[in-house]
Design a protein around this ligand. Structure first.
Ligand SMILES: *Cc1c(COP(=O)(O)O)cnc(C)c1O
Length: 361
């Protein structure tokens, strides 16, 4: 298998050895063993600590896209109004998914190198009166972080809307408080800050959201309906991924035992180092203001006189893997993922050293 000495792809991130050990065990049946349901419950309460919430935690198998779809399908019916706040690909993706699902889907759009302007968003919330508002905490393809979730959450509840937030690539690495930001449904994947394989998806769901979920009564593979009382009823709608659940436990214990604050600090320091080394070697930051840059991922313009293919090949030959891009950022912007196991100053320094070497060639 092709491995890179310096892995700085913004997810899936490199899985550390202490987490990989979870897959060495021969587990029993996740459908029937009490031990599995106890582990599920333990992960629910650890996740509540990670996210600062009293909301119920649902842990499903499958990677994060499954709950992005599931959250919409579980809360909206055809022609219901969805407002997707977007300054990037994932934000716009919610509007696109809503449209494909037959909802009355509207985009509150901002430039990819910018962050959403809360005043404009509030005006759109007031005039459109959506049932659900979606937002993205870290727009991974743009390397930006939205610091205005709390203002949007408040505005959502003033019109009786649910506030759904994708914090797949930020939670655990960036300051986030689900209860304070009034997030009804928060969406998290396992292959980013948590440094697992892309095996699990985690949702935090408020009582207000559970009422809507029960009313919507969506029943499908990705429906939240069946997940209200998993450890209590010792029932999941399909055979769960026990080794991944164990790996999640190891990851959450590790973050919380080392102190969540320290984890946030480790991320912001790696990001700061990445930006300052990038500046030194002449890279141009993609976000139009440095303060919009995420602590988990840094996006730079692809240097002048390089195509993405040539640049990427030159880096890979030297053992460095970074992230390319999609949609209108494809071929223009590349990304360094310093999240989870990769939020490491030494790793970032070594990666930037290789970029410098390639640019000086
Ligand atoms: C990675 C990511 C997802 C989920 O995509 P996967 O297919 O699970 O990798 C969703 N939203 C954001 C912002 C992400 O970075």
């Amino acid at each position: 298998m092709q491995n890179y000495k310096i892995g700085l792809v913004p997810g899936p991130v490199s899985v550390p050895e202490f987490i990989r050990k979870a897959w060495l065990e021969d587990y029993g049946s996740a459908d029937i063993e009490d031990e599995f349901f106890n582990l599920y419950a333990a992960n629910q309460s650890l996740t509540q600590k990670l996210l600062h919430t009293k909301n119920k935690i649902v842990i499903t198998s499958g990677e994060a896209m499954s709950i992005l779809w599931g959250a919409l399908k579980s809360t909206l019916k055809p022609n219901d109004k969805l407002l997707a706040v977007a300054s990037g690909l994932f934000g716009e993706g919610f509007a696109w998914m809503g449209e494909k699902l037959g909802f009355n889907s509207k985009l509150s759009a901002f430039d990819y190198d910018d962050i959403p302007d809360p005043e404009k968003v509030i005006d759109e919330i007031k005039s459109f009166k959506p049932k659900v508002i979606t937002a993205v905490h870290c727009e991974t393809p743009s390397g930006t972080i939205n610091p205005h979730l709390k203002i949007i959450g408040r505005a959502a509840h003033e019109v009786g809307a649910l506030f759904v937030v994708d914090f797949v690539s930020s939670a655990g690495g960036v300051e986030l408080n689900v209860d304070d930001y009034e997030i009804d449904i928060g969406l998290l994947g396992s292959q980013k800050v948590l440094s697992l394989t892309s095996s699990l998806s985690i949702s935090s769901i408020s009582d207000r959201a559970w009422d809507v979920i029960k009313n919507t009564d969506y029943n499908g593979y990705d429906a939240y309906n069946y997940w209200y009382e998993v450890p209590e009823k010792k029932y999941t709608p399909y055979t769960h991924d026990w080794p991944a659940m164990k790996a999640l436990n190891l990851s959450l214990e590790n973050i919380l035992n080392n102190g969540l604050e320290n984890n946030l600090k480790r991320h912001s320091e790696a990001a700061k180092l990445c930006r300052s080394l990038g500046r030194e070697i002449g890279l141009k930051l993609f976000p139009k203001d440095e303060k919009f840059s995420s602590p988990t991922v840094t996006a730079f313009y692809i240097p002048e006189n390089w195509t993405w293919e040539n640049f990427n090949n030159a880096l890979r030959i030297r053992g460095l893997a970074v992230g390319g891009n999609y949609g209108k950022l494809a071929g223009k912007v590349f990304r360094i993922g310093h999240m989870g196991s990769q939020a490491n100053n030494e790793l970032v320094k070594n990666g930037m050293e290789i970029i410098k070497e390639v640019l000086n060639k």
